[in-house]
Design a protein around this ligand. Sequence first.
Ligand code: ADP
Ligand code: 5GP
Length: 291
Amino acid sequence: MGTPPQLTPEQRKAALAKASASRKRRAEIKAQIKNGQVGIDEVLSLAVTDEAVGKMRVKELLESLSGVGKIRVITLMERLNISPTRRIQGLGRHQLKELRNEFVKTDAAVKPGRLLVLSGPGGVGKSTVAAKLRQAGEFWVSISFTTRTPRSNEIEGRDYYFVSDQEFSQMISDDLFLEWAEFAGNRYGTPQRQVEDALRQGKNVLLEIEIAGAKQVKAHLPQSVLVFLEPPTWEELVSRLEGRGTDGEQRRAERLELAQEELAAAAFFDVVLVNDQVESVVRKLIELAQN
Ligand code: ADP
Ligand code: 5GP
């Protein structure tokens, strides 16, 4: 082994801070795995773009899964030839595939879930409705990847996976998206495998995405139900965008200009719902998934 590099006190401090943030991130993810918020499949995908997650040891990942005992972890790692200290980012293609097969079981007897795609102009209330549906536990709500910077109230892995332009381009080349689109200067994409796995496992899936993406989903999966959310009036849409307070004046003007084009797309959708009351939209979406 060569001599370690000599670090200045500042470099040393920065390295320690980075390592500590990284450990905190891994602890967060492990807690989410334990309580079932994220599955192994999502963690393996996240590890491609999130360095801290990529550095998690495979053993720790497996031991965090509820119902997976230490013995099964050891046997499985031996079978797949994964050394006890291997990190997720060091796994080979074959090992990744085998791990997925081991835990993402599909049952031929399970009736596939319904795929609902919720679209509509920015500010109409899509994410509000999606959050309620997630809470209600009736849908598996897909988490998109985006190149947009997080808003102050947003959390990585809950609202989006925030990635760089370069990482997003790599994901496109790797064919990881069911659909992706550019919106107001940023790119957004739906991870393909997670959605398809959830449907195969019989879960109803909700995508909350913009219109060009919704059309791509329909082209790939014609059985999907495209739902267009409309504001009660144009004035109400303007007031919701202002009330949300997440965009500056310039950005809001851009979003409103886009919204005019978006409203014209309603005719393409299978179902149009007016978002007057969030609760009633939520009820109707649950009914649609059960039909
Ligand atoms: P989108 O995701 O479509 O861009 P949001 O869910 O962020 O829109 O909603 C925009 C704003 O409108 C938020 O401040 C939200 O609280 C509010 N809102 C959403 N649905 C309703 C509704 N039915 N009535 C009144 N305000 C709403
Ligand atoms: P926001 O920046 O307000 O979170 O989202 C901007 C727009 O991008 C919204 O219309 C939202 O529905 C859409 N969006 C979010 N995730 C995706 C995605 O994965 N694919 C596509 N096509 N649009 C998305």
